[in-house]
Design a protein around this ligand. Structure first.
Ligand code: URA
Length: 190
C-alpha cells in the first residue's frame, strides 16, 4: 500500500488543473495516518495556502474547538480537503477541479482505510461521489460510498464556516460530530 507521504509528494507537484497556477503551497492534509476517522473539508483558504496545512484559519480554529467539545483532538484524526490547492477568492471548487483532485482523495482514503469519513459541506460530499440537490437531503446520516471499488461509511454535516457564521446551527453541528464519533465507536466494537 502506498504511503501518505508519497501521495503528498505528488500533490505538491500536481499541475492537473489551473488551481496550481496561483498556489503558494498545495495542502495534502495532516494528522494521524492510522486514524479511523478522516475529515474532509472543501479546499485551502488563504492561511492554508500560505502554510501548506489544512484548517488553520478561522474556520479551522472553530472546527478544532468543536472536535474537542465532541471529545476528540485534531491530532487523533486525519484532515484533508476535496481540492488540495486554494480556489481563487475562496470560491467553491468547480466540478472539473473536484474530478481532477478526486484520485488523490481516493488514494489517501485507500491508504488510511478509515472506519468513518466526516464530510464537511457540499464540496466534500460531491468529492466523495454523493449525489444530492440540497445538503439537507444527506446531512446528519451515514451514507455508504464507493470510491475506486472500496466502500466507506461517510457522515455528512455542515462546513464549519456555516455554524461559525450562524450561531443557531452550532448545536446541530456539534450533535453531528458526536454522531459521527458514535458511528465510529459502534462500528469499532462490532
Ligand atoms: N476551509 C476548508 O474547507 N478547508 C481548509 O483547509 C480551510 C478552510
Amino acid at each position: 500500500m502506498e504511503s501518505l507521504d508519497s501521495i503528498a509528494g505528488e500533490i505538491k507537484k500536481c499541475t492537473r488543473c489551473d488551481l496550481c497556477l496561483k498556489r503558494q503551497n498545495a495542502v495534502p492534509g495532516e494528522g494521524d495516518p492510522h486514524s479511523k476517522i478522516v475529515i474532509i473539508g472543501e479546499g485551502p483558504g488563504k492561511n492554508e495556502d500560505l502554510q501548506g496545512r489544512p484548517f488553520i484559519g478561522m474556520s479551522g480554529k472553530f472546527l478544532t474547538k468543536y472536535l474537542e467539545k465532541a471529545g476528540i483532538t485534531r491530532e487523533k484524526v486525519f484532515i484533508t480537503n476535496a481540492v488540495k490547492c486554494r480556489p481563487p477568492n475562496n470560491r467553491k471548487p468547480k466540478a472539473e477541479e473536484l474530478d481532477k483532485c478526486r484520485p488523490f482523495l481516493s488514494r489517501q482514503l485507500a491508504a488510511i482505510k478509515p472506519t468513518v469519513i466526516l464530510a464537511l459541506g457540499t464540496s466534500a460530499a460531491s468529492a466523495l461521489g454523493i449525489k444530492f440537490k440540497h445538503l439537507s437531503e444527506i446531512k446528519s446520516r451515514t451514507i455508504e460510498i464507493e470510491l475506486e471499488g472500496r466502500k466507506f461509511n461517510c457522515f455528512v454535516t455542515f462546513h464549519p464556516s456555516f455554524p461559525m457564521r450562524f450561531p443557531r446551527a452550532r448545536d446541530g453541528f456539534l450533535k453531528d460530530i458526536r454522531s459521527c464519533i458514535n458511528v465510529y465507536n459502534n462500528l469499532s466494537t462490532t
